[in-house]
Ligand binder design. Structure first.
Ligand code: 9MR
Length: 576
């Protein structure tokens, strides 16, 4: 049936609420699986009751459906109607049409609908590499010279020891820039690396063949592990060989300006060691030891070195079980003052638990069981840089079952995950936003980490409902949300263009560096930039001023890699 062209060409005028300027039809801009769930959210006070799917080229109507009743969002004043076209199962390019609203962007219905997103998000890490040039054949138009060499890094007075006095230097090259800034932080590398390593452990077969066109792509190590290795080698330099403690960060004294990496030549420092950094390091090294063991031939000695480093870090932490990195306090004592990111965690129970879980899972040694048993009593939480407890749970259920009552832990995890399967009342049909507190600094990573929880629940039960719910948060990240943006640069029709990311600002290229996940709505608006909307799920501005809502960061990209890749890896199995 040919559908009225008039309808198709009608513009996007309508009774849409003042509270929105982006496209009123919110879709996953990257696409939908042929056999999978397909939902769009139409924002505004919509009189229409029907919707249509039209072929993008010929504009034939290929599907007709009923819009849901009006839904009031719990996280803003927005209202929506949902268009569920899950029973439409034809591959191709389409638009969704709502009378009085107009056509949506073109979207794809395809197998492997998120392959490109998974690859781009992983490739995002390559673009964050610090000390090597990004060559055009890998980086395309975003090629650039090497950033900070970090071969001569000063011991800050806060980190001075007899063997490494203040002002002496160490070499600490490589690693990824943390975010839109040019510093390298161990605490944030911890959760990032744990998440990526877990992605490999959970979806080994998928990642064994996934290529991202990086310089190491032909070295007989999966690209994911090559990418992780670039940061792992840097992390190893951050351990003091004399005592096993780990410096909090390798940093400038103050943030660089909005210039390309390596342009400024200001001194770099490693600063005070701390319990959080050292235990995160121990966990990552223990997990890496387990995973890279398979690649002994390609990487002789690496796995053993990682395990030795993990054990030394653990020993240091036993001596300093509660050493907080308090930057403000540090600055009252030592010069120069350091004003870059703090990642100043104060509660270490979760780091103890995660490190113990990884060390136990790798070594099988009973020495870690007491801490595991003690910490198992604490409540489950969605992970964040300051709370890594869940990473320990995932690992114990994946490979460390001998140390725990696995059945009981599984039950707890599923009980927790079930809280995140209540998409029904949601105005955007996403798990994200179930709680208003989901919208914090880096809220996109909350969505991605909820997705990981649900995927773990799926892996434990094979119950498809968990994957369907995880997918709703990928839909959220890629456009079905209150802002109308795809939060991943370069992915989707209307994705963020001006992230707070120094290379993207300074490189003179219109498109931002691709594959980077924007932080997302954050009503805290700590950057004091101008925000058009300020409610929990709308407090976002695509402006490079906005480090509180539109920065990018490695600990946000990592769970998005996991989520997109896991859904791709499982899509066939669940019949998407
Ligand atoms: O992601 C961090 C967020 O949870 C904190 O509230 C915020 C303020 O301390 O810092 C964020 O991390 C930033 C880090 O300190 C420096 N690099 C950029 C990070 C992302 O904004």
């Amino acid at each position: 049936m040919k559908h009225c062209l008039l309808l198709f060409s009608c513009s996007l005028v309508i009774t849409i609420q003042a509270q929105q300027t982006t496209h009123p039809i919110r879709i996953n801009q990257e696409g939908y699986y042929v056999q999978g769930p397909k939902v769009a959210a139409v924002v505004g006070n919509i009189p229409a009751t029907d919707f249509y799917i039209v072929d993008a080229g010929r504009k034939d109507t290929v599907y007709k459906g009923k819009l849901s009743e009006t839904k009031q969002s719990a996280n803003s004043s927005l209202q929506t109607k949902l268009a569920d076209f899950s029973t439409f199962r034809r591959p191709g390019n389409f638009r969704l049409l709502v009378p009085g609203v107009g056509p949506s962007y073109v979207f794809r219905v395809a197998n492997q609908a998120h392959h490109a997103a998974a690859v781009a998000l992983l490739k995002g890490f390559y673009y964050q590499r610090v000390s090597m040039p990004l060559e055009e054949k890998y980086a395309g138009k975003w090629h650039r010279p090497a950033g900070h060499p970090d071969r001569t890094v000063l011991i800050h007075p806060s980190a001075a020891t007899e063997k490494r006095p203040a002002g002496t230097t160490i070499s600490s090259p490589g690693g990824w820039y943390d975010a839109g800034d040019y510093n390298k932080y161990i605490v944030n590398s911890g959760i990032t690396m744990g998440t990526l390593l877990s992605a490999y452990e959970d979806f080994t077969t998928y990642f064994d063949t996934l290529k991202t066109n990086i310089p190491e792509s032909n070295n007989r190590i999966p690209d994911l592990l090559d990418e992780i290795l670039y940061n792992l080698r840097w992390m190893l330099t951050m351990q003091d060989p004399y005592d096993g403690g780990v410096y909090n960060k390798c940093t400038n004294a103050a943030f660089d300006g909005m210039v390309m990496p390596g342009v400024t030549k200001l001194p770099r420092y490693v600063v005070q060691k701390g319990t959080a950094a050292t235990l995160d390091f121990a966990a990552v090294m223990a997990q890496a030891a387990r995973i890279y063991k398979r690649f002994k031939k390609q990487l002789p000695g690496l796995s053993d070195s990682c395990l030795a480093a993990a054990k030394r870090a653990w020993q240091w932490a036993l001596t300093y079980p509660d050493l907080v990195y308090d930057q403000d306090k540090m600055n009252t004592i030592h010069k120069p003052a350091v004003t870059t990111g703090g990642y100043g965690d104060r509660n270490f129970g979760d780091e103890w638990f995660w490190a113990a879980a990884e060390l136990m899972a790798t070594t099988g040694e009973k020495a870690y069981n007491d801490i595991i048993t003690k910490e198992l009593r604490s409540p489950l939480t969605i992970p964040s840089w300051a709370n890594v407890r869940m990473l320990g749970y995932y690992t114990l259920l994946r490979v460390g079952k001998q140390a725990i009552d696995a059945a009981a832990l599984k039950k707890r995890l599923l009980y927790f995950a079930d809280e995140f399967t209540k998409t029904k009342g949601s105005a955007f049909y996403t798990v994200m936003g179930r709680f208003r507190t989901d919208f914090v600094w880096g809220s996109s990573s909350v969505a991605a980490n909820q997705g990981i929880l649900l995927i773990n629940a799926f892996l434990l039960t094979k119950d498809k409902k968990y994957l369907d719910n995880a997918l709703t948060n990928l839909d959220y990240l890629l456009g079905r949300n209150a802002t109308g943006y795809s939060f991943v640069t370069g992915i989707g029709t209307y994705s963020v263009m001006h992230p707070h990311h120094r290379p993207s600002v300074a490189d003179g290229i219109a498109e931002p560096v691709p594959g980077l996940l924007s932080g997302g709505p954050n009503p805290g608006r700590q950057d004091r930039c101008k925000y058009e909307f300020t409610e929990p799920e709308t407090a976002f501005t695509d402006h490079d001023c906005s480090y509180a809502s539109n920065e990018i960061a490695i600990n946000w990209n990592a769970p998005a890699v996991y989520l997109a890749a896991a859904i791709e890896a499982l899509s066939k199995q669940v019949g998407y």
